[in-house]
Design a protein around this ligand. Structure first.
Ligand code: NAP
Length: 485
């Protein structure tokens, strides 16, 4: 792929005259890159493939091995590169070396300098790299951009999926040039405003799944809780009290018991904040008061919680399919058959038990199927093809169907067992009973919201109606209009 990109797709003479192209950089697209490292090489490859003439400025041109850059790239010393009539210069060097370019100050005056550097750490106070560059070169126009693109992404080419380029600058003209160039290279430029946004852009590549940390921690803690609870109830306490050794259950049984509980509670956590928000709006009588920030954050993490719930449910499915392969299952089967033969039982058919397993399996499979639909539609490429109504139908209505099916799966699994005293060894209820509490509360609250008197009021609030209690301005107008001071 990289070799295919070493020759320009459009030579200068073939470049179509773009009547709207406003500036030198696009009508005569020569771009300089200072620095000859990894980023510079990949950038040069991509620029050449996009029909841009590139000149690379190095401190020591003779040191560069031949074949390092595409043939179409001109190699010069730093001064020679920027004095080529170029108006756009990529600073492909580390920010601590910017001061070594001070000798080029006058040559760089009036030119657009693109700062591609990343921050070293997420939490750094003070100026961003781009702002420091702007301080060092006050006569140049500094634009922050391209740092969120890796060298690999630069080299994979426009056909292999493009990426967003976050751009900011205090100069509209400079930003326009970089925006046009990034479009020409097959990227999606995103205007992030003035240079004060540079810090945010510089730390963007350092962040590790920022929107996932909360949901992952919650899911992990839930898993720890259910696993620990199951261990205490089903393994440790029976071992201490009766000497029963069931530690073999730690690897498969206990994990497979905890996963569906986590999946169910996490799925309930997807729908709980929406209900909470609705009840809050009803209570306040307005939608114009902001939600508390914790609720806002929770609402924004629903997609991640839903996907984690799907992951746990899918793992539960796989674990359940593997259960018959276990040695312990095989031994138990043989044992049961032997006992039946010994007892002379000919027809061990248990009608109720059969129905129970049929129903709980069917609800589980259907629930997992609907949950996978939700997961698929949460992918941006699929979600973007749906209109708002379709999206909310899938995420809300189908989501509640998935929740109901999952609750039914759990209840059919529990059957009437929850009413027997043996289900509460050491006064501890089974974990599936604990897991079903929050989802049931969510379903009941949702049903209340569908009551016509509540539903109508909520719909009015969401269309802008406000209770007089929370709208003193309207109340004042009303009083004045009636002539009462
Ligand atoms: P690199 O391979 O170490 O290249 C840095 C280049 O800076 C050197 O090859 C050197 O080229 C030049 N340079 C100019 N003055 C220098 C001086 N005084 N001392 C040392 N070197 C000097 O680094 P890189 O990976 O290309 O990264 C360059 C910039 O791109 C960094 O700010 C980085 O944050 C940013 N970036 C990199 C990536 C990536 O994937 N690598 C992605 C996004 C952003 P000459 O010897 O030819 O002058």
């Amino acid at each position: 792929m990289a070799e295919d990109m070493t020759t320009p797709l459009l030579s200068d003479s073939e470049a179509p005259a773009d009547a709207d192209a406003p500036s030198v950089c696009l009508t005569s697209p020569t771009v300089a890159i200072l620095g000859s490292g990894d980023f510079s090489r990949s950038l040069a490859v991509r620029l050449v493939a996009s029909g841009v003439r590139v000149v690379v400025g190095s401190r020591c041109v003779n040191r560069l091995p031949s074949g390092l850059f595409p043939e179409a790239v001109e190699l010069r010393n730093q001064e020679g590169a920027v004095s080529q009539g170029v108006c756009l210069v990529f600073m492909a060097l580390f920010p601590e070396h910017y001061h070594s370019l001070m000798g080029l100050r006058s040559a760089l005056a009036g030119k657009v300098l693109v700062d591609v550097s990343n921050a070293e750490e997420i939490k750094i106070n003070g100026l961003s790299n781009a702002e420091r560059l702007a301080e060092l070169f006050p006569d140049s126009i500094v634009v922050k951009g391209f740092n969120t693109i890796s060298t690999w992404e630069l080299q994979t080419g426009a056909h292999d999926g493009s990426k967003q380029v976050l751009i900011c600058s205090n100069s509209t003209e400079g930003k326009k040039k970089v925006v046009q160039l990034s479009r020409q290279m097959g990227f999606h430029p995103v205007d992030m405003g003035g240079l004060s946004s540079a810090r945010e852009i510089e730390v963007a590549p350092l962040r590790l799944f920022p929107s996932w940390s909360g949901p992952v921690v919650v899911t992990f803690l839930l898993f720890l809780f259910f696993y620990g609870y199951g261990f205490l109830r089903g393994i440790l306490l029976p071992f201490l009290a009766q000497g029963q050794n069931a530690f073999y259950r730690l690897a498969v049984d206990l994990v497979n018991e905890s996963l569906p509980a986590v999946a169910l509670v996490t799925l309930a956590l997807v729908y709980f904040p929406g209900l909470f928000a609705a009840w809050l709006q009803l209570w306040r009588g307005t939608k114009y008061r902001r939600f508390p920030s914790w609720l806002d954050n929770w609402l924004q993490r629903r997609k991640q919680l839903g996907l984690l719930s799907f992951l746990c449910a899918a793992l539960h499915g796989v674990y359940s399919l593997c259960r018959p392969l276990r040695r312990v299952t095989l031994l138990r089967l043989v044992n049961t058959a032997y006992r039946q033969v010994k007892a002379g039982t000919e027809e061990p058919w248990d009608e109720l038990g059969v129905w129970r397993s049929e129903l709980y399996l069917s609800c589980g499979v259907l629930g997992l199927g609907v949950l996978s639909l939700l997961a698929i539609t949460s992918l941006p490429s699929v979600g973007n093809s749906l209109n708002w109504r379709e999206f909310t139908f899938v995420q809300s209505s189908l989501g509640y169907i998935a929740l109901t099916l999952s609750i039914m799966h759990t209840l059919f699994f529990g059957w009437d067992f929850a009413f027997h005293i043996e289900a509460y060894p050491f006064y501890m209820p089974p974990s599936y009973l604990l897991a079903v509490v929050l989802p049931c509360i969510v379903l009941v609250c949702r049903c209340f919201l569908l009551l016509p008197c509540i539903f109508t009021r909520l719909t009015r609030i969401r269309r802008g109606w406000e209770s007089k209690r929370y709208c003193p301005v309207l109340q004042h107008h009303h009083v004045v209009a009636n002539g009462i001071p």
